[in-house]
Design a protein around this ligand. Structure first.
Ligand SMILES: [Zn+2]
Length: 123
């Protein structure tokens, strides 16, 4: 989930860079080619809109990143022998009733009792 978020914000950054480049190319072409003088106002406005859009994309991607909802998934490991219960972060490959080897307390057989997710704390 986190990886997807990072890729999304990177894509937004690339989009904003491309929009900025297009805007600058428009500004430069207006100053370089006299044939475009009649269109200079229109091109300037289009360039400014592109610049504003690129800043908007960049600002939104930067702003949404800290608000990213990190879902905490907890795996509960229990011992069949002594009832010892331990919680840890979910790891890929975890599933309910998976054999987790020896209990840390009594060396009895332990297994994944349950997996649940915790919503991020609301401030
Ligand atoms: Zn045990």
């Amino acid at each position: 989930m986190k990886v997807v978020m990072v890729q999304k914000s990177q894509r937004n950054t690339i989009v904003s860079i491309i929009l900025t480049l297009i805007a600058f190319v428009l500004f430069i072409s207006v100053s370089l080619f006299e044939e475009l003088a009649d269109l200079s106002m229109v091109i300037m406005i289009v360039g400014l809109v592109l610049l504003a859009a690129s800043w908007g994309v960049y600002f939104l991607s930067g702003k949404s990143a800290p608000k990213e909802e990190v879902e905490n998934v907890i795996t509960v490991i229990a011992c069949r022998n002594c009832g010892q219960v331990e919680e840890r972060s979910f790891a890929p490959g975890d599933y309910i009733f998976k054999d987790m080897g020896q209990c840390k307390k009594c060396s009895g057989p332990s297994f994944i009792k349950s997996i649940y997710s915790v919503s991020p704390k609301k401030e």
